[in-house]
Each structure stands twice: as C-alpha cells, then as structure tokens.
Write a protein that binds this ligand. Structure first.
Ligand code: UDP
Ligand code: MG
Length: 322
C-alpha cells in the first residue's frame, strides 16, 4: 500500500503523517522534542505535529502559541482542563488529519528516531505498527507494576496488549476512523488496538530516561488506569463472585458433614469460636471485595450512560484545523 485511503475533507488538505503528542506540563521538554521530531521526519515532505495541551499550568500553552514560528509544521489543541492521558490522546486522534497517525509521549522516553522505521513498515502495508519497550532502564517499581498489570490482563482477555506496549504506535487512517467511530466514551486504546485486528507488527526499542520534568502518573493514577483498563477490556472479574460462592458452599457442605459426624459418631460437639470468627471474617472480606468489583463496573457503566464528551477544547492553533 502506498498512500492508503486518503479522503481529503473539503477545504483542508490532508498531510500524509500526523504526529500526536499529549502534553501535560511539558514546557521544559517540548523544544527538544520538536527539534528531534523534525530531524526524524526529514525527508518526509508532508507531515504535521499535533500537540494536545492537556490543561497544563506550566506555560506549555504559551509556548505552543508562539512555537509555530520556529516549527511551521506544529499545530496544537488545548483542552479546557486536565482530562488525562487517554482522553488527550483521543482528542489528538480526533483532530489529526494524516493518512497515518503516530502517537508519542512528550517526555522523550519514546525515541523519535524510531519513527522512520514505523513509517517504513506502514508504507510496506502494515496498518498497526506497535512499539515494544524493553524493560531495561525502566525503574524497578514501574517495571514490576506494569508487568503485573499485563499479566492480569492476559488472564482476563483473549487479546491482551503485550507487556511493554505503551501509547507509542502508528495507526493507519482506516483504523483511526474505526476507533473514532466506537460509541464508547472512554477508549482504553492499549486494550482496543490489539483487539481491532488488521495487519499488526511491533518494533522493539530501548526507553530513555525522562528528559526533563516528572512523571505525571502517581501511584493513584496508575491504579485508576489499571482499573479502567480491566473494566474496559474484560467482564471476567464479574464471574469471581460465582466462583467464590461455589468454593465457599463446597467448604461449608464438607464442614457440615464433619460436624454431623463428630456429633453422631463421636458424641462431641465441636467448640468453635475461632473457626466461626475466621470463617465469617473471610466471607465478609470476600463479599466486600466482590462488591467493589461490581462497583467498578457500575461506575464505568454510569459514565458511559451519561454520555459526556471525553474532553473539551478551549483553544486551537489558527489555520487549517477544521
Ligand atoms: N499526559 C497527559 N495528561 C495527563 C498525564 C500525562 O497528556 O494527565 C502525557 C504526558 O505529558 C506525557 C504522556 O502523557 O507526554 C505520558 O505521561 P508520563 O510520561 O508522565 O507517564 P509515564 O511515562 O511516567 O508512564
Ligand atoms: Mg513518560
């Protein structure tokens, strides 16, 4: 496939390649990022770099307003507040016009130098080019939690994302349009991309350290991404209540038999303060845990039913962003 499926919208010419960069308080790294992106894209006549300012408070937007003079391929949208990484990505996918869309983090942990390889694969006909980060150089805690999360996901779904896949990937316009057409409000892209199918390949890379600034993912945010990821990808945890119920009933039946045996054959009643307390405690814990799981799904359902937009735009760069 050479230039696949480009449908120019009236009045706006489509660039061939869109780079989408979600940025939350990344003013310090953006100049270097734009510089390296521009270098990596040399030789591609037709591309745009679309930075999504996700409600930054550190001057990211002020920088973007003037940076177009130095980097003419730069466009931006600015969201009305911080909507979170996934929603910022979605905003970027909505506004990007390219025949392929490459998403990349602002902090240079995703090396822009990998982009020519992604584009080469796309030109060879691959519609989804993923990247896989090798775990070397990733901080211990981040690596362990990420691996655990992907392990859980692979139990829960038949098409799990690969460990080490992040939001650094190329999607063909066909796939972008399909994903944008999904009715759900909260897209968990890492789970959905393996699910959509088409021709997919992955390219490995070594992650770099964050070039400046700090990670925007606190433990709380990581946990909430994980919960969202699971509830959006699989309904299997909802079966846990039934599984636990069967196990507990089985245990209760066996224990009842034992109690009857002791009373009838041995003539002794079992004294059992400890066993009663332990057993009730275990049951209460299991019930609350399962209720929590149901609650997580219920929350997700409520959000979907409310149908609020996943982000609001307050400002965008002038020309051409229709
Ligand atoms: N990001 C965002 N909105 C948020 C949090 C993060 O747009 O609410 C962006 C951030 O600017 C970066 C990318 O998402 O470009 C990944 O975030 P970060 O590097 O902090 O995550 P980590 O690499 O630590 O997982
Ligand atoms: Mg990062």
């Amino acid at each position: 496939m050479t230039t696949p499926d480009v449908r120019p919208s009236p009045g706006a010419s489509r660039p061939e390649i869109s780079i989408v960069v979600p940025a939350y308080n990344e003013a310090k790294v953006l100049p270097e990022l734009l510089e390296r992106l521009t270098r990596a894209l040399e030789g591609n006549p037709d591309y745009e770099i679309l930075v999504v300012d996700d409600g930054s408070t550190d001057g990211t937007l002020e920088f973007l307003r003037v940076a177009g003079e130095r980097w003419p391929r730069l466009r931006y949208v600015s969201l009305s507040r911080n909507f979170g990484h996934q929603n910022a990505l979605r905003a970027g996918m909505d506004v990007a016009r390219g025949a392929c869309v490459i998403s990349i983090d602002a902090d240079l942990q995703h090396p822009p130098e990998l982009i020519p390889e992604l584009i080469a694969r796309w030109r060879a006909g691959v519609q989804v080019v993923l990247t896989l980060r090798s775990s070397q150089g990733v901080p211990w805690f981040k690596r362990q939690t990420a691996t655990a999360f992907y392990q859980v996901l692979s139990w829960l779904t038949d098409r799990p994302p690969a460990d080490g896949s992040a939001d650094f990937r190329l999607l063909d316009r066909t796939v972008v349009d399909l994903l944008r057409g999904f009715p759900e409000r909260s897209l968990f892209l890492r789970g959905l991309v393996p699910w959509v199918g088409f021709r997919q390949e992955s390219v490995p890379y070594e992650p770099a350290a964050r070039s400046a600034g700090t990670s925007k993912y606190s433990v709380r945010r990581m946990l909430s991404l994980a919960i969202h990821g699971i509830t959006a990808t699989s309904t299997r945890p909802l079966l846990l209540a039934s599984v636990l119920g069967v196990l507990v009933s089985l245990f209760a039946v066996l224990f009842a038999g034992y109690a009857v045996y002791m009373r009838v054959v041995r003539g002794t009643a079992i004294t059992g303060w400890a066993s009663v307390i332990v057993f009730t405690g275990l049951l209460a814990g299991a019930q609350l845990f399962v209720t929590g799981i149901v609650g997580a799904y219920l929350g997700q359902v409520l959000q979907e039913v409310q149908r609020r937009p996943p982000y609001l735009v307050k400002e965008r760069s002038g020309e051409g962003l229709s």
